[in-house]
Ligand binder design. Sequence first.
Ligand code: RB5
Length: 149
Amino acid sequence: MKIAIGNDHAAVELKNQIVEYVKELGHEVENYGTDSNASCDYPIYGKKVAKAVAMGSADCGILICGTGVGISVAANKVRGIRAAVCSEPVTARLVREHNNANIIAFGARIVGAEMAKEIVKAYLAAEFLGGRHEKRVHMIEVEEGESLI
Ligand code: RB5
């Protein structure tokens, strides 16, 4: 798969570790994040990754900031994006299986590198289950469309 990754200044080191790990898992990675430790604005990177996923230039995305929250909230403003913050691998698997999350996010100040790798592995290995979950995801999409009117 082609994975878009993005981060702010709080997550440069963890991003680099995750980029290497995602490649080891056999995926292609596109880096949309900052590579500088200078303070920056996480919405820029959340939206860049969200747009890459929404437009189909990446299959899914990984976002990392201090907590994973700010950058995922920014990404979720892009239509068609379901970005989910995960701090352990069970949630990471379920957000794909049930919510068809197309981006996962986590916090470099919350999870260590090994936990982050477990989160990424669980998410990338999971598949959307469809069925009853399809209708619920569709309900979110309908709401998203209507809220633009
Ligand atoms: C940056 O200090 C921090 O606010 C940011 O990385 C993130 O945690 C926001 O949600």
